[in-house]
Ligand binder design. Structure first.
Ligand code: ADP
Ligand code: MG
Length: 274
């Protein structure tokens, strides 16, 4: 049974023209043996073109489920209500074909484990070039040159050599930067990165965050950077939204949220003051 549906409580106010992701009153309920679980409760936020929004909150606060709902990646048994617009397109309640087109063309998603996004049997150059060829009218040779250029932009050393390597030949941090290069090639309007540095050594976290900044600069996309550790991303976001128990409880600048949090316990990360 499909219980995913779109519900609206009347007209949604129109957002400014440069808002590329407009989430309104988004809620997600899972059914379990113990009864319904309200994982996301009435989340509303907007992100503008070129802006970086951090979504922070302790583990289990609903950060991933919120973005999975936007991307249409939740199990069909999840009940999703509310609205999420990417540019002028409502994405909640879309069918599989329509939402996968949005994922391919408008939103790029970057997960904690880069291997979920990379195909082990193709070289990284092939995978980047495929994304380039889908979005630009270029020859294969030009797509390969663009792949080398993108590897360089995300900070991969020796891109001419690396381009012919397979995902398993790269370190975790490099793989994540390849995923970001593919996102760039897709020329998205929104990049959602869910804990992109969590599985990586502290020494390479900064490189991945810099690669995300390069992607944002290059494409002009809005970046939604999801993390349980505000300390890690503090220098890389313009604004922060804090989630707690499925709700978005506060938004503000990094300074506001870090040094004057309205709900300090909501962060669950007071040990990570920079
Ligand atoms: P986080 O903020 O750590 O990303 P999540 O968004 O993953 O948290 O999870 C929010 C809540 O939803 C948690 O209680 C989690 O156990 C629950 N949850 C996540 N995915 C599912 C699912 N597919 N089925 C049932 N419950 C889920
Ligand atoms: Mg998560």
């Amino acid at each position: 049974m499909t219980t995913t549906e779109h519900m609206s409580d009347g007209p949604v106010p129109t957002a400014g023209h440069d808002v590329v992701l407009d989430v309104r009153d988004l809620s997600v309920t899972f059914s379990s043996e113990d009864g319904p679980l309200d994982a996301v409760r009435g989340v509303t936020y907007q992100v503008r073109r070129g802006e970086a929004l951090g979504i922070v909150g302790e583990s289990g606060s609903g950060k991933s489920v919120t973005s999975m709902a936007i991307m249409g990646l939740l199990p069909r048994t999840a009940r999703v209500t509310g609205s999420a617009r990417v540019l002028d397109q409502e994405v909640i309640g879309l069918g599989d074909a329509a939402i996968s087109k949005i994922r391919g063309e408008k939103i790029a998603m970057i997960f904690q484990d880069p291997l979920t996004s990379l195909n082990p049997v193709y070289t990284i150059g092939y995978q980047i070039a495929e994304a380039v060829l889908t979005h630009r009218d270029v020859t294969k040779k030009q797509a390969r040159e663009r792949a080398v250029e993108l590897l360089d932009k995300v900070g991969i050393p020796n891109p001419e050599r690396r381009v012919d390597q397979y995902p398993h030949e790269l370190s975790g941090g490099m793989r994540q930067r390849v995923v970001i290069a593919i996102a760039m090639a897709n020329d998205p309007d929104v990049i959602i990165a869910d804990e992109p540095t969590t599985a990586l050594d502290v020494t390479v976290q900064a490189q991945v965050l810099e690669a995300l900044e390069a992607a944002r600069r290059e494409t002009g996309a809005a970046l939604v950077l999801i993390t349980h550790d505000l300390g890690v991303v503090a220098g890389h976001v313009d604004r922060v939204a804090v989630m707690y128990a499925g709700r978005l409880v506060e938004t503000g600048t990094v300074e506001d949220v870090f040094y004057r949090p309205r709900m300090p316990y909501a962060l669950g990360l007071l040990g990570s003051v920079p």
